[in-house]
Ligand binder design. Structure first.
Ligand SMILES: NC(=O)c1ccc[n+]([C@@H]2O[C@H](COP(=O)([O-])OP(=O)(O)OC[C@H]3O[C@@H](n4cnc5c(N)ncnc54)[C@H](OP(=O)(O)O)[C@@H]3O)[C@@H](O)[C@H]2O)c1
Length: 419
């Protein structure tokens, strides 16, 4: 079977796909849209006549059966893909921003046209997590899913741990190596991970997820002192994207976490990604690998394309599409329970630790450990870890700690993984 495709975008992922397609003569590229024609021509990957600056030529071309969207962005891209679907083309995309924010609308258009949208590359790049969740693991209720799904932040945290770098130095290095963009907000503040966990949570729940309700905290405030404290206590700090399926409610959030060193997730280094799932039948499974990059991401795009070709005429818009008619009820962050790691700077006076102990007791927080160190003059640091309490109780406890005259500042408060 021969399939004729059009591609929107020929950057990192698009050029990787063209590279891989050299081995697939049955997949014929009809048109590729870019902004900068000379740049695309210089890649030497395709006949220059096949490039166009006009993306409409791709999405309306009557010969094209599948549109592969690798240009990114939301508004224009959404418009183009709706045109493609209305012109009876299947769509493959790597665009998590688009799927997370406009997925519902796009899937409705796909359904109305009897076409489908595949988006394996949109989450965790080269890791085949979406197809596995939708096919091989379909016989499971996925109770818990933990992801390291932003390679940039994982790289930064890893550099801070291995090289003793500050957050800003590690970020600068990530930018130098091309792992982080000049405006790193999307990555370091957890937006990118939130888009991806919204997609995964919607697959495991079969429900619609309101992105704006996902609790999100990035890694800007993680200091070298936090990294060292975690190390000393047997943990690694990771930016985790979490989706817990609690029956009526979904607990979805993105924030830094102390992960016990013996856990696989604590050992996912550099810019790698990982997704750990806990299925009702299969138990725990962890996928680790390249969450981004030219060929790794193109591998997922090509996988979608080959799957689409295998389904041939039998493909239906329902295939791999969850009902998504119901809106998921998201658990309020105030009700979420976690163990916490807390570090304070204080005046080194008799009874301070006792005062801290009394506050934790009053708030029903069982102390796992408490330690005083770096005593210099009348100043010292203390850190402690408590068993799970709700965020609401933690905030009350924090207020009481801040009001203690002997406490100078709460330096850090980080949730701890408790599985
Ligand atoms: N990079 C990764 O590792 C990775 C991993 C997973 C998912 N993704 C997703 O894959 C998508 C593509 O990422 P990328 O890293 O390959 O991006 P990229 O390197 O910036 O490439 C984007 C491509 O789209 C073209 N383009 C952008 N706007 C256009 C427009 N209005 N009209 C025509 N062409 C346009 C660009 O053309 P010019 O170069 O001529 O401007 C370029 O060829 C994004 O949605 C991204 O989130 C990327």
């Amino acid at each position: 079977m021969v399939v004729k495709i059009g591609i929107l975008g020929c950057g990192t992922v698009g050029s990787g796909l063209l590279e891989l397609l050299k081995n697939y003569p049955e997949i014929q590229v009809q048109k590729v849209a870019v902004r900068d024609l000379p740049k695309a021509h210089n890649l030497g990957l395709l006949d220059t006549a096949l490039f166009t600056k006009n993306p409409e030529e791709v999405v309306t071309n009557p010969d094209i059966e599948v549109v592969v969207e690798l240009m990114g962005g939301i508004e224009l891209t959404k418009k183009l893909l709706i045109t493609a679907l209305n012109n009876k083309k299947h769509v493959i995309t790597a665009n998590k921003d688009l799927v997370a924010t406009a997925g519902e609308e796009l899937f409705a258009v796909a359904k109305a046209n009897g076409k489908t949208i595949f988006y394996e590359a949109a989450v965790a790049g080269g890791i085949p997590i979406i197809t596995n969740l939708k096919q091989s693991l379909k016989g499971n209720v996925i109770k818990r899913l933990f992801g390291i799904i932003n390679g940039t932040t994982n790289f930064i945290l890893d550099q801070m741990k291995r090289k003793g770098a500050s957050f800003s130095d590690a970020l600068a290095q990530a930018q130098e190596l091309g792992y982080a963009e000049s405006d790193p907000t999307n990555d370091v503040d957890g937006h990118d991970a939130a888009y991806k966990i919204a997609i995964l949570a919607s697959i495991i729940s079969g429900k619609k997820i309101d992105m704006t309700k996902i609790y999100r905290e990035g890694i800007r405030n993680i200091s070298q002192a936090d990294i060292k404290s975690a190390e000393k206590r047997g943990y690694a700090i990771k930016l985790l994207a979490i989706a817990l399926n609690e029956g009526d409610e979904l607990d979805i959030r993105v924030h830094p976490v102390f992960v016990p060193k013996e856990k696989t997730l604590a050992n996912v280094n550099a810019e790698n990604n990982a997704v750990m799932i806990d299925g009702s039948a299969v138990g725990e499974l962890t996928f680790i690998g390249r969450g981004a990059g030219s060929l790794a991401t193109a591998s997922s795009v090509l996988g979608d394309l080959l799957m689409l070709m295998n389904q041939g005429a039998n493909i239906s818009s329902q295939f791999m599409v969850a009902p998504h008619t119901e809106e998921a009820k998201l658990k309020s962050i105030n009700d979420v329970k976690n163990p916490f790691y807390i570090r304070v700077s204080m005046h080194d006076k008799v009874g301070v630790l006792k005062d801290l102990g009394l506050i934790t007791e009053r708030n029903n927080a069982n102390v796992r450990f408490i330690d005083q160190y770096e005593i210099k003059g009348d100043s010292a640091l203390a850190d402690f870890m408590i068993d799970p309490i709700s965020e609401k109780s933690m905030k009350q406890m924090l207020k009481e700690i801040q009001e203690l005259p002997s406490i100078k500042a709460v330096e850090s408060i980080i949730r701890v993984l408790d599985v």
